[in-house]
Write a protein that binds this ligand. Structure first.
Ligand code: IPM
Ligand code: MG
Length: 360
């Protein structure tokens, strides 16, 4: 039976994951899916309990699992810890350890939430883009790195150092994921780089162009990252699939998520080469609203749909979850983050219950 490791993490993580588990349990109970769930610690809660944001026990369970469902990690409580103990290190550690190099971040505007964006409704209505972000390379992991003392003009100074590095094989494998994903959509792929300045991304562009030869049916374009950041707010619907490196993808995916106006709605998948994956909402741990039954669990619930689709081969159940979320929105139910006049404001738990009810 498929094994799912559930890592609620910190802040609102506990609450939103509880609602996602509720949805999975309902599907399990009616026999629509078969899976075993276990839980573990990642992030700040793991630092508190085990002195390590990615403890050995979690590592073992994560390696054994077929998929991981994650809430969110981090919070001000752990902000002053030394870098190796910071909650974010737990997240980066599990991504690297499980080789989750392909991060899929859809940004979809729900018709029911068309007014949630800060952009004009006509600019974003119907928006449906997919950002494919490389997740285990780039300046995030490149060596050498650190803060060291160096002599500059005869004077000793501290120097901060990180290294942007990509190998050909790393670029090729993420490019393939992006081309495959594009094939299933509108067949338009935009690769984002900074080849006018950075050699790393010159190689990125070269390898993406080489890979394109295997996908003659996909229309490939290239864009420099600064222009892409601008085009995303100017005319976001010109994009379908965007593929880019770890750092640019981090920034552009936050930007893309806000085009939808509802960061609380967006799921993500981080996949290895064999379809094993980690699934998480793209928002953070929101410590300011934690424990208040205020958080929107829909991004996490939609992440379970991605998990059923990409790692566990339950396409029908995945669609049922997505349809249930849509139904709940049609019914006017909203958590505080997406509430507007005339809609019914409900809490985290009530939203989870509503999705379960809408599954039927
Ligand atoms: C994300 C986050 C992480 C990242 C942080 C928390 C390490 O911003 O998943 O986008 O930079 O990748
Ligand atoms: Mg980010």
């Amino acid at each position: 039976m498929a094994k799912v490791l559930v890592l609620p993490g910190d802040g609102i993580g506990q609450e939103i994951v509880a609602e996602a588990v509720k949805v999975l349990s309902a599907l399990k109970k009616e026999g629509a899916i078969a899976l075993e769930m276990d839980t573990g610690l990642l992030g700040g809660c793991a630092v508190d309990a085990a002195g390590d944001p990615y403890p050995e026990e979690t590592r073992r369970k994560a390696r054994e699992a077929d998929a991981v469902l994650l809430g969110a990690v981090g919070g001000p409580k752990w902000d002053n810890l030394p870098r190796p103990q910071r909650p974010e290190r737990g997240l980066l550690g599990i991504r690297k350890d499980l080789n989750l190099f392909a991060n899929l971040r859809p940004a979809v505007v729900y018709p029911q939430l068309a007014n949630a964006s800060t952009l004009k409704a006509e600019v974003v209505a119907g928006l449906d883009i997919l950002i494919v972000r490389e997740l285990t390379g780039d300046i995030y992991f490149g060596e050498p790195r650190g803060i060291e003392k160096r002599s500059i003009n005869g004077k000793e100074e501290r120097v901060g150092l990180n290294t942007m590095v990509y190998s050909e094989s790393e670029i090729r494998r993420i490019a393939k994921v992006a081309f495959e994903a594009t094939r299933k959509r509108s067949k338009k792929l935009c690769s984002v780089d900074k080849m006018n300045v950075l050699e790393t991304t010159q190689l990125w562009r070269d390898v993406v162009i080489e890979t394109a030869k295997e996908y003659p049916d996909v229309a490939l374009s290239h864009m420099l990252v600064d222009n892409a950041a601008m085009q995303l707010v100017r005319q976001p619907k010109q994009f379908d699939v965007v593929v880019t490196g770890n750092m640019f993808g981090d920034i552009l995916s936050d930007e893309a998520s806000m085009l939808t106006g509802s960061i609380g709605m967006l799921p993500s998948a981080s996949l290895d080469e064999n379809g094993k994956g980690m699934y998480e909402p793209i928002h953070g741990s929101a410590p300011d609203i934690a424990g208040k039954n205020l958080a929107n669990p829909l991004a996490t619930i939609l992440s379970t749909a991605m998990m059923l689709r990409y790692s566990l081969q339950y396409e029908t159940a995945a669609r049922r979850i997505e349809a249930a979320v849509s139904r709940v929105l049609d019914d006017g139910l909203r958590t505080a983050d997406i509430w507007e006049e005339g809609m019914k404001k409900i809490g985290t738990r009530e939203m989870g219950d509503a999705v379960v009810a809408a599954l039927a």
